[in-house]
Design a protein around this ligand. Sequence first.
Ligand SMILES: [Zn+2]
Length: 105
Amino acid sequence: MSAPGRRIIRCASCDGFGWFEDDFSGETEDCDWCAGAGYVYRDGDRRDSPIPVADYASLADELERLELERLREMGYQGSAKKPWRQAIRKDTHLGRNPYLDEDES
Ligand SMILES: [Zn+2]
């Protein structure tokens, strides 16, 4: 499934953030290099490519680990909502408000 020599590295363009913030307007923009994930594939030839959305679910553990590492480096204790988390949660009960159904009877 995975190409030989390929690994996941922090995006060099946005340094793992996945987006840029305009200092003046405060607007944010997804990083083109990693498609907003903050991480990219690096193949055996040291070429980087964005991680396809379809791969997020199977890479979630690895991405989560890298993200925790990054947040710890920054001394940040909160959690950012990264694209793979959104993709994973979309079809699970975690992505739903558990109180939504209870009022309907
Ligand atoms: Zn990036």
